[in-house]
Design a binder for this molecule. Structure first.
Ligand code: G4P
Length: 525
């Protein structure tokens, strides 16, 4: 038992949130490199091709390479076991990206120093807010001309409503980029562009008053001292409590591609980031250190590997320990299953797990019996919450090539939506089927799978819906609302009422008109 406690306490399970091109893949490579998980940075490739993903799902599957198999990357660092969960970002952005964020204990936000806070980051941050997930920030690409650091922090604070506490501070940027000053350690780390994938050993000196600083930096030394003065007056100092509460984000500056500033980030991350956190279930709160195993499924991935055409259910362990051959109780179906061959994903290889602990992710082979949101225990009838459906932002009407295949289409869509590949809405009026997604590729994947797995050919048509909200309120009010908005209402797969708004302006006006109705952007599984 003592070893379990130790194993659990040293887990760090997190995901990276960023807008495409901010440097998530590059940073991931460098983190893996520090963890010794890969020999040379650059091994986590396939991202270039992933970006050019076409609408051909087969091509996509082939080209995705690592972005599929690296769903979870585990590596040791400084006595800890780090689990990095991939959040699909480019064309493969999907609801999985959101759901993955419900399975982590903290997140790392990457910001491009020239672009500042971008759309996708704002959305992902909203998802983190649902559970007050602690966030560390890495401002990337300091080797390029970017915006003033103070201005960037101000933007993060304003747009993301989280306070910033710089831990490192950049010395110049672009061609004048010389390194970072570490506020907590009171040391200066000099920058040397790194080529190839080696871990650079930059020079470090202590103290801002150190005369060596003037020797190396010349006039930039005085500028740095002045800027640090100014910044200390303007920004908060790091507080672990505020970070853990999700109200403050410690900020690091660097250049991922040059592997600079990354070690400072990782060193602080393993020390300060939370280990596995307690999790709410319907009956009670579950502590990670409980002896008995529990966990929940947050994602199901199909066609992981062309050689094994299986589906994998990703389970986050919330308490206890998994051991090969263990019997797990699937609470929803009330069935036991013996798990001989759970998977973990080290770098780009699948490995059999012998044991795993709270904080870890295991992959269960799924033959259609496991659903997103399922809880597994050693027998207790618990149900974890917190994996919502997210209101889609993209919508398409489904048209069948052969109307006789309606039944097969419905069955296929039912199963694919159960797996989380898309959401299906049935408008109250008419016989349409409307699909909702957050990433455009989700539609292509669904069409491809309908054809190949269910023998149904379909195509899509634009539909006049911009966003959706689940409707709640007391019965009489909902009845009134339903009468008046019949044409804009639909039922989701579980029969919940959904308002399909043609625009956000329309949504806002409708919400104002109906103060007693709740318009929810998420719904629990
Ligand atoms: P993403 O996963 O967040 O989408 O970003 P990714 O790491 O793929 O990085 C996007 C682009 O930014 C890449 O260039 C990458 O090399 C570059 N980049 C990442 N970190 C830094 C940095 O610290 N400084 C500079 N100057 N560039 C950085 P690309 O040309 O699109 O791709 P590639 O040819 O380098 O693969």
């Amino acid at each position: 038992m003592a070893t379990s406690q130790h194993e659990i306490a040293r887990r760090r399970t997190f995901a990276i949130i960023s807008h495409p091109d901010a440097g998530k893949t590059t940073l991931t490579e460098k983190l893996l490199l520090f963890g010794g998980a890969i020999q040379l940075a650059g091994t986590v490739k396939g991202r270039k091709s992933a970006r050019h993903a076409t609408s051909d799902w087969m091509e996509l599957e082939k080209s995705r390479g690592i972005s599929v198999t690296s769903s979870v990357m585990q590596f040791p660092y400084d006595g800890r076991i780090v689990n990095l969960l991939d959040t699909p970002g480019h064309e493969d952005f999907s609801e999985d990206t959101y759901r993955t964020l419900t399975a982590v204990d903290s997140a790392l936000m990457v910001i491009d120093s020239a672009k500042g806070v971008e759309d996708r980051t704002i959305k992902l941050m909203e998802v983190c807010r649902l559970r007050d997930t602690p966030i560390m920030t890495f401002v990337n690409k300091l080797d390029r001309e970017g915006r003033e650091p103070l201005e960037l922090l101000d933007e993060i604070e304003r747009v993301l409503t989280i306070r910033c506490a710089p831990v490192t501070w950049p010395i110049g940027s672009g061609r004048r980029f010389k390194g970072v000053y570490h506020l907590i350690e009171n040391s200066v780390h000099f920058y040397a562009p790194a080529h190839g994938g080696r871990v650079p050993e930059g020079k470090v000196i202590h103290g801002l008053d150190n005369p060596f600083l003037d020797e190396v930096l010349g006039e930039q030394a005085a500028e740095l001292r002045q800027e640090i003065e100014l910044m200390k007056g303007a920004a908060e100092t790091f507080s672990r409590e505020a970070y853990l509460a999700g109200t403050q984000t410690p900020v690091f500056f660097g250049s991922a591609i040059n592997n600079f500033g990354v070690k400072e980030l990782l060193d602080a991350f393993v020390v300060h980031a939370p280990g596995p956190r307690a999790r709410e279930a319907d009956a009670r709160q579950v502590e990670p250190t409980e002896e008995k195993f529990s966990g929940f499924v947050f994602k199901i991935q199909a066609n992981m590997d062309p050689k094994h055409r299986d589906r994998i259910a990703f389970l986050r362990i919330t308490s206890g320990r998994y051991e090969k051959g263990m019997r797990l109780f699937q609470v929803r179906t009330q069935r036991d299953m013996q798990v001989m061959n759970a998977l973990t994903f080290m770098a780009n290889e699948r490995e059999r797990v012998e044991e795993a602990y709270a904080g870890d992710i295991i992959g269960l082979h799924n033959h259609g019996t496991i659903q997103i949101g399922d809880t597994f225990t050693e027998g207790e009838a618990l149900k974890f919450g917190g994996i919502p459906y997210f209101a889609p932002e993209l919508f398409r009407r489904v048209l069948l090539a052969d109307p006789m295949r309606m039944k097969a289409l419905q069955k296929g869509l039912d199963q694919l939506s159960e797996e989380g590949a898309t959401q299906v809405f049935r408008p109250l009026s008419g016989n349409d089927l409307v699909l909702g997604a957050v990433g455009v590729l989700q539609f292509d994947v669904v069409a491809w799978r309908l054809k190949h797995e269910y023998g149904v050919e379909c195509r899509y048509e634009a539909v006049d819906v911009a966003t959706a909200r689940w409707i709640e309120g007391d019965d009489a009010k909902v009845r009134d609302f339903r009468r008046q908005y019949e044409a804009r209402l639909a039922l989701d797969r579980a029969g919940h009422l959904v308002y399909l708004a043609p625009s956000t302006v329309n949504l806002n006006v409708t919400m104002e008109r109906w103060p007693d109705i709740r318009f929810r952007a998420t719904r629990e599984h």
